[in-house]
Structure formats: C-alpha cells, structure tokens
Design a protein around this ligand. Sequence first.
Ligand SMILES: [Zn+2]
Length: 316
Amino acid sequence: MRSNDLAKLSPWGPEKKLKWFLNQPVHRSYHDDVLVRLEALKKSAGSSLKVEQYGKLTINPEKFPLFAVRTATPSLSKPNILITGGVHGYETSGVKGALLFLENHIAKYSEHFNFVVAPCVSPWSWETINRLDPVMENPNREFKPQGKAEESLFLMSYLSELGIEFDGHIDLHETTNSDKVFLPEEYSKNGLELHAKDIYIPDGFYLIGTEGGVRAGLEKSMMDAVAKVTHIAPADERGMILDTPLTTEGVIHSSIPGLCAEMTTAVKKLGAYTTEMYPDSPKFNGMSVGEVEATCAKAQVACVVGALEFWVQTTA
Ligand SMILES: [Zn+2]
C-alpha cells in the first residue's frame, strides 16, 4: 500500500471529524476491563509495583485516566523493559496481553529486569473499538515531537520524566479483519482512497522489527514461544508479509515515523518490536469469543516471555 499510488481525495475537516466522533457508540468499559484489574494488581503486588496515573484524556478526564505500572524500586544493574498495549484501542489482545503479563509473569521476571508497562494507551478507542482516537488521529503514527494524538504525547512525556533509557520495548498489536473498514476510513480522513479489496490480512501472528534492526536469535526465541500458542503468518507467494521480505519466519522489519515501538532507545539496544496477533483466523472457528481472546492474550504474553528469556540468557 504505497500512498503515492492511491487516488487523492479531500482530507476531512473538523466538522466531518466531529460528526464521526459523535457517531461512535460505546461497546465496552475501560473501567471494568482495565481499571478494575489494575486496582486488584495494586493490592496483590504490594510494594513491588507502582501503579501510577500519567495523564487523562481531554475528551472525558474522569472516565479516562491513563495508567502505567512500573517496578517500584528499579535497579541500576538491570535492563529496562517497556511493554505497551492498546495504542490501537480496538486491538483487544494488546490490552489483555499486557494485563495478563502484569498479573501472571512480571513478578518472575522482576528478578532480572526493571519494567514499565502501559496496558491501555488509548482508552476511548478501547471503549468504542476504534483504530483512531477521538480527534481521528492514529496514535501509532504520533509518537514524535509535535505529535497530534494526546494518547501518545502523554505517554512520551511520562517516560521522559521517568528519565529511563529503555533497553527493550515490545508494543502489543493485532491485525484484524476490521482493518478492511478501519484502514480505508483512516486513509479517507487523510485524503487518500484505499479499497478494502486491496488490503491483505496475513493469517497468523507476525512480528515487526525496526528497519535494519535484525536480531535473529531474539526473533527466533520470540516466534518459537508464540508458535506454541498460535500459528505464525505464512509469507505470501513472493516471500513477503505486507510487501516486506521476511528475515525470520513471521518476522519483518520496517520503520514508519511516529511508531510507538520506535520512540525509545530500545531500538538501538536490545530491540524494539511491534507484535501483530490475528484474532479472526478461520483456524479459530468453533472456539468461543472468550477462548479466542484468551488464546490471543496468551500469544502476546508468549512473545514477551520469549524475548525476556532470550535476554536473561544473553545479557547476564
Ligand atoms: Zn495496531
């Protein structure tokens, strides 16, 4: 999908964007799905983790406080790992995977690493199941100075205040069948015409590393761990996923300005990756929604754990 090849339309103005915003119904509850679990975590983790608010969405500050969880007493000798979920609010397993990691795995790996985990970066988009934020910005293109999505700016400013140099970063995403609706909408908003039929959705989990950042051993460890939970996206007939050649099975490298995974020093250190789980696979036919969601969240965690295990072995 090279934007140069696409027909030009008029970008949407403020009135059309406002009309879009007013037409987005609420489908699920950020409070029930995320805040309640963070509250429980705060109690169970005791003094080992800090659950702290780093901002609140302008659209409804009471309803959308932004939270991160971090190692309460970081050690200078341990690598710093960042995990982010829900940068795209519609990508359910990004949020559920980050929460699952916090509930079941962070304690074990805190022996080796300091963590910062932001489990639901875009809570309005979680509730309305959207790719874009309330003002129709894509948070995963706005992790840059003068970015236009406040979800991204709040997180960037929090991380910069913490003053941590991150060594590793995994940003949890999904590629879904609803991308055939969301991507044309996003392109249209930007004044470009993209047809659903031209969008290729890989069937399976894949991983996106930053351009030039091939780390074969790490990537194999991550993908081997994921393959125990879900199937890996095959390459197309040209040996590519999304027009990009594979480096390892299910792994591509490409860089886009403003990407969450590219915002920290992790890109140049142990590595920074964007996961892409595929929840709509025909291979999940016959499973309940709950079973699919649980599998997807587990696959996200497996990918994170695959990276942590590799780093435990190689950075000790
Ligand atoms: Zn995404």
